[in-house]
Ligand binder design. Sequence first.
Ligand SMILES: NC(=O)c1ccc[n+]([C@@H]2O[C@H](COP(=O)([O-])OP(=O)(O)OC[C@H]3O[C@@H](n4cnc5c(N)ncnc54)[C@H](O)[C@@H]3O)[C@@H](O)[C@H]2O)c1
Length: 341
Amino acid sequence: MAVLNFGVAGAGRMGSIHIENMMRTPGIKIIAVCTVVPREIEWVKSVFPDAIVTADFDEFLAVEQLDAVLLVTPTAFHKEQVIKSMHAGKHVICEKPIAATPQDAWEVYHESLKFPELKVACAFPRRYATVYMDAAERIRKGEIGEITTIRSQSADLYQCNEFFLNYIKVSGGIFIDCNIHDIDNCLFLIGRDVHATTAYAVGTTHVFPQFAEWGDVDDGMGIVTFEEQLVMNVYGSRNMRHAHHTMTEIIGTKGRILLNGQPRLNQIDISDETGTRMVGATSHMDVFAPAFQREIEGFRDWITIDKKPSFNLKDAAKAVSIAFALTESLREKALATVKEY
Ligand SMILES: NC(=O)c1ccc[n+]([C@@H]2O[C@H](COP(=O)([O-])OP(=O)(O)OC[C@H]3O[C@@H](n4cnc5c(N)ncnc54)[C@H](O)[C@@H]3O)[C@@H](O)[C@H]2O)c1
């Protein structure tokens, strides 16, 4: 197998997970890392003594042997770094969201069309989760007919600590931070070039009243309409007391597919005098860790053997537009227009 020389920008919370996955992935060699955090620089140097480690993104991108880069930097940098990477002739996969605003997301998409020789992807792991891939295949085969309604939720296990609260304050709101995964997985399952028109969202702050000051909610519900006869519903929560529960339901003219109907970590059921209970997942990563691994393999195979990817950069731009319209609707208490640029 040919070996791709990879650079990774960002070695923080998500970057370190990607780096560990890449170390396990045949056909990928990390030869350069960019991070501005001194403690991470030390860690990276200890793991990759031969790699180029720098805090300067331009210096990182100038490493000539790089075939591809993975960007796991804060969202505010995505647009500029994806565009720079393409201009440097590198294949690029960037963490979600592809950019910090709808206008920037669409600019990245349009710019990518000027580089047909490069593979440019936005990372959304559910596109590589086996249940979502299986469902997509069944939908493409017409097993449930024409999709009429699609709904998806990301409901996080309750937590309340300083890190979490500080994170929420700058997260951009539940629809952008969390439900963008649901929006994207709905677009993936729909599987054609549909166009969202309006977004309406409501939410509550019973659990974390302070979220209201930050323009956010602890439980949010959004409805999105499309030019095509199609409705999308997303639900996000920071307040599940029993488990993390990501779930998606696709309703078609001839049937229905339900993904992850239960908040299971695994197939173990425990029975005792109180009844029967399952072992619940505690986080998104619990459920999707294998998908993160397959995602990077999918990107490798797209580059090396031109295997059809599940990634879709236009959907990534649409997801930003929809998430922002839902956030606008929530904050303005009015119907919002979804804009493509
Ligand atoms: N797919 C998912 O489920 C998921 C989960 C969490 C985060 N994310 C995304 O991953 C991205 C990173 O989030 P995180 O939580 O890992 O952040 P983090 O703060 O833990 O890490 C950020 C990293 O970026 C580096 N960095 C900062 N500024 C930089 C610059 N100008 N040039 C190069 N590197 C720079 C830092 O050194 C650090 O290594 C975000 O866009 C976030 O939306 C995705």
